[in-house]
Design a binder for this molecule. Structure first.
Ligand SMILES: [Zn+2]
Length: 296
């Protein structure tokens, strides 16, 4: 699969769907990203060279991880050297050099540092939600629930990831994020300001992806973990959310939870619990391990 960036007055530029590279390049065009980082194989070098040529970007190969080569793309070679220098530091925090807000980059670093050897550590979404005032009416632009990079530490991540892809055939999960970082809070003003610029560029350069994002990111989500979640189609009535169905993207839920959600039609969420109901009948109450995040 690939994307075609529509640049004014030029032929479309074909971008492979390697991770969220297309969105990162949109952010670069939006002027908010001095350096775009990608891991590539040797055989991918011609593609990077073509992208650099067609998008007027410089490149810098700066790291190796086994067979994989770390490469950066950006307008100014000096910015690439700066980002590569940050990347190479032992306790590296290259977020700001990659265009992420300082507050979010620092918050991510704290989370990452404290969990880097522990696969059972809570998903970063819980840390971000804790820092967020109220979980109703969250901006869809900061929805990072389907942004799996730099966050998933379980040893069985690969098969779980493949299962998610099977459940969402035809939908590029890597395209379901507007920001290429995790915000420090779901109401972070710095992230919102940058996200607005990326959104405006996405509407022009990749309108099809912008439309898919509008559908998939603007929904309340019952969330347990990076691959266990349910996005719900419905509407708020008073204090409760009434839903018609579970909507894409689909999480990899166990049969019991799937059945409860299929039977239910209403969510009652408080600070501590999320309850699924069918009319007035309670079907399940989830405690600390679940969140109901109302992205709109
Ligand atoms: Zn922030």
């Amino acid at each position: 699969m690939s994307y075609r960036l529509r640049l004014p007055g030029r032929e479309p530029v074909e971008v492979p769907s390697w991770g969220n590279l297309a969105i990162e390049l949109v952010a670069e065009r939006a002027g908010v990203k001095p350096a775009v980082q990608a891991w590539i194989d040797e055989s991918d070098r011609p593609v990077i060279a073509r992208l650099a040529r067609e998008l007027d970007l410089a490149t810098l190969e700066h790291a190796r991880n086994g067979e994989r080569i770390g490469v950066m793309l950006g307008k100014r070679p000096g910015d690439l050297e700066l980002a590569a220098g940050e990347w190479a530091k032992p306790d590296s925090n290259p977020g700001v050099a990659l265009g992420y807000p300082d507050c979010c980059s620092t918050a991510y670093k704290l989370w990452h540092h404290s969990n880097q050897h522990d696969a059972s550590y809570p998903d970063i979404v819980f840390t971000v939600a804790e820092k967020t005032t109220g979980l109703r009416g969250l901006p869809a632009a900061l929805n990072d629930l389907f942004y799996f990079f730099s966050r998933n530490r379980s040893p069985d991540a690969e098969p779980r990831r493949r299962r998610l892809e099977q459940l969402n055939a035809g939908l590029d999960l890597n395209g379901l994020n507007l920001i290429g970082w995790h915000p420090c809070s779901y109401r972070c003003k710095n992230s919102l300001a940058v996200a607005a610029k990326i959104r405006a560029a996405l509407e022009t350069l990749l309108p099809e992806l912008a439309a898919v994002q509008r559908l998939c990111l603007s929904r309340p989500v019952l969330f347990w973990d990076w691959d266990r979640f349910a996005a719900l189609k419905g509407a708020w009535r008073g204090e409760d959310f009434f839903y018609e169905k579970v909507a894409p993207p689909f999480g990899a839920l166990d049969a019991k939870t799937s059945d409860i959600l299929r039977r239910g039609d209403r969510i009652k969420a408080s600070e501590k619990t999320v309850e699924v109901l069918k009319g007035d009948e309670s079907l399940a109450v989830y405690g600390r391990g679940a969140l109901f995040l109302d992205f709109q």
